[in-house]
Design a protein around this ligand. Sequence first.
Ligand code: THU
Length: 142
Amino acid sequence: MSISHAALLKMAKDARKSAYSPYSHFAVGAALLCADGSVYTGCNVENSAFTPTCCAERVAFYKAISENAKGFTAIAVVGGRQDRENPEDFCPPCGVCRQVMLEFCDPESFLIVLGSSPDNIKVYKLGDIMPLGFKMDKHSNI
Ligand code: THU
């Protein structure tokens, strides 16, 4: 990986500042790293009708996919109450976002980087946090 986990987390934390979360008051940022070193960021975007809400992770993925990015290696996620600059805890991706990751990433190598501060970082393999996920053998985006 071309940048450190801590640096990727910092990009997620910066992206979190753009979160639009007036309903949950929970702000999330994500930073998606590609093998060529490029990074796509995202924040959660909520909606008064609730179901159109999109998580930070999926915003980052859809930005990347829409620009034909490939070779995803890791995603950093930072989330917590929007009134706190520093989250109190880890923010693990929801099940829907894990399914989206499975669509575009190799579960044996793609990493999920969680952190509440630069000295409290945990890294998980997608396959470990999304066991027995559904996947058709048709994708071409890895
Ligand atoms: N959210 C994310 O953006 N990513 C996660 O991993 C968990 C949840 C958002 C969705 C919603 O806007 C808010 O956090 C509360 O669920």
